[in-house]
Write a protein that binds this ligand. Structure first.
Ligand SMILES: [Zn+2]
Length: 219
């Protein structure tokens, strides 16, 4: 039988509160972390250019954010270094514009000067070449290092007292390489579930596993 810890916590809290017992929790400012490996979002046009006309992406695994999924498809990316990075996962659903999210480490391998950007803000970013089984696409922009961000539902936004687009600081106070991340963007939407997203460089630097927890701090 699967035990849902959060459901038990909520039930215990309700019982205590109906008895007038104050419930103090110091975990209310904790946020679970999702580590994003390098990945590609594709436009419909580029799906067809890389995989063939009429091709549809094949969902493999649901991601934590509702509606988002990892696909079976993987692609090769090549930058000016001509050193390819293979097996880069495609994430669905299709988007308006193709976007390749890499780490700083990847940018050195590719020799691409990718800036740190919010997802979707790709104006003026470098492009690269994407190789698929049925074709090759060279994008002239869309290669970014995703900024550190926290997805929140509107209810989470209220609990954390933050608004969409605001920036917070985050304490990594677990493990042997504790640190603090500044200027972490908060993104609030009914489509989001509470989770902080960092790339593999950030996660590896502090030894944070996927599902590890960090703390939102005021200063
Ligand atoms: Zn994200």
């Amino acid at each position: 039988m699967a035990i849902d810890v959060s459901a038990i916590t909520a039930a215990v809290r309700t019982v205590l509160e109906t008895q007038g017992i104050a419930v103090v929790s110091d975990t209310s400012d904790m946020v679970p972390v999702g580590v994003s490996n390098r990945h590609i979002h594709l436009s419909k046009e580029h799906v067809e250019a890389l995989f063939g006309k009429g091709y549809e992406l094949q969902p493999m695994k649901e991601l934590s954010q509702p509606g988002q999924f990892a696909c079976k498809e993987q692609l090769t990316i090549i930058g000016p270094s001509m050193r390819p990075i293979e097996k880069v996962r495609v994430l669905g659903p299709v988007r308006k514009a193709t976007q390749v999210e890499i780490s700083r480490t990847d940018s050195y391998t590719l020799k691409v000067k990718a800036p740190v950007r919010e997802s979707g803000k790709i104006e003026g970013t470098p492009g690269l070449t994407i190789v698929g089984p049925k074709g090759v696409v060279t994008i002239d922009q869309g290669c970014i290092i995703a900024n550190r961000h926290i997805h929140m539902s509107p209810a989470d936004g209220e609990a954390f007292k933050v608004k969409d687009g605001e920036y917070v600081n985050v304490l990594v106070d677990d493990g042997e390489r504790r640190t603090k991340w500044f200027d972490v963007q908060v993104r609030v939407s009914p489509d989001f579930r509470l989770e902080m997203h960092v790339d593999t460089d950030d996660a590896n630097a502090v030894g944070l596993p996927c599902g590890g927890k960090v703390r939102v701090v005021k200063d």
